[in-house]
Design a protein around this ligand. Structure first.
Ligand SMILES: Nc1ncnc2c1ncn2[C@@H]1O[C@H](COP(=O)(O)OP(=O)(O)OP(=O)(O)O)[C@@H](O)[C@H]1O
Ligand SMILES: [Mg+2]
Length: 299
């Protein structure tokens, strides 16, 4: 579907892997410990789909532990199983093997503690921006008064800068505005985990950067744990605390995890100009375009 995107045209053949000792490497090995209790634990997940040609193993033995409040970006070539994995965290899909625990509770179905934002906004087209958010608020805050629910709705539409557009329907909104409604709707329910599947993939580059800034500002003032799929390495390096890089399918799993150490609040210009940014970016490009190159991505 999507080629991995970056903002410059580094050729895979020009990429050199940073030389680093095991102690200075940005890469951390996966060390799941059964003795430690984490906020979110992806524990030995495999997913096998039955197909006309037989069983297809999408994911095999995926392990990841996430702390409360972390911002995780997930990157990997098209078809490797990123959406499959996050849909299991959302409870929209079930693992064939393994389990996912949120605060030690096994995830078996969707719940208001986990909200999902998709690339295509998934707003109800016949409802206004206000009504789209209000519906979600109504479902989660069943016992609140109508006035309280209205206030929560308006507060979150204001948070994403949409106060002027609350009575517009999705067809009257730009792509960026629609995604702002989707973000307001997700945040209004105060989820513990915000799951985003290429949320800015359909936006033009300028709107995309604006949305990244807005998202990170909101996340810093309204903390939640974020799991976000992106095909944009620069987006991931600007937003994430850790970048999870997946190997190619079939039987994909997590190949490497990069720690992204830039202090917050992050200034994009400073981040992009830092030598560490280059190092991390080259390391990720090397992973994606040399070690786990994908035919489609190299076209
Ligand atoms: N219900 C299904 N039955 C069979 N195969 C499936 C099913 N859903 C997904 N797949 C396959 O599983 C693989 C992973 O799909 P998934 O959508 O998770 O990939 P992805 O990494 O999110 O890709 P993209 O970056 O293109 O969104 C693909 O090969 C896809 O064809
Ligand atoms: Mg996907």
């Amino acid at each position: 579907m999507n080629a991995l995107s970056t903002t410059d045209s580094s050729s895979p053949s020009e990429i050199s892997r940073p030389t680093s000792s095991p102690t200075s490497s940005p890469t951390l090995p996966q060390t799941p410990s059964p003795m430690t209790s984490h906020f979110l634990e992806i524990d030995g997940i495999s997913k096998i789909y039955p197909t006309a040609k037989g069983s297809y193993t999408v994911l095999e033995d995926v392990n990841l532990t996430i702390d409360e409040g972390e911002f995780i970006c997930l990157i990997g070539h098209s078809g490797c199983g990123k959406s499959t994995l996050l849909n299991m965290v959302a409870g929209l899909n079930k693992p064939t093997e393994g389990q996912i625990l949120l605060k030690n509770q096994r995830i078996t179905e969707p719940g208001p503690d986990r909200m999902v934002i998709f690339q295509n906004y998934s707003l109800l087209p016949w409802k206004t921006a206000y009504e789209n958010v209000y519906l979600a608020v109504e479902q989660v805050y069943k016992h609140r008064s109508a006035q309280e629910k209205k206030d929560i709705t308006l507060e979150h539409l204001e948070l994403v800068g949409l106060t002027e557009a609350i009575n517009k329907k999705p067809s009257q909104l730009s792509g960026g505005m629609k995604q702002r409604v989707a973000i307001a709707r997700a945040l209004a329910t105060r989820p513990e985990v915000l799951i985003m599947d290429e949320p800015f993939g359909a936006l033009d580059p300028i709107t995309r950067e604006e949305m990244q800034e807005e998202l990170v500002n909101i996340w810093e003032t309204h903390p939640s744990t974020v799991l976000m799929i992106t095909h944009d390495l620069d987006e991931a390096l600007f937003l994430a605390d850790r970048l999870v890089m997946m190997t190619n399918g079939p039987s994909a799993n997590i190949g490497e995890i990069l720690e992204i150490p830039f202090p917050r609040p992050r200034n994009r210009a400073q981040v992009v100009e830092s030598p560490k940014y280059r190092e991390l970016r080259n390391h990720a490009l090397d992973f994606l375009f040399r070690r786990f190159a994908h035919d489609d991505a190299l076209e």
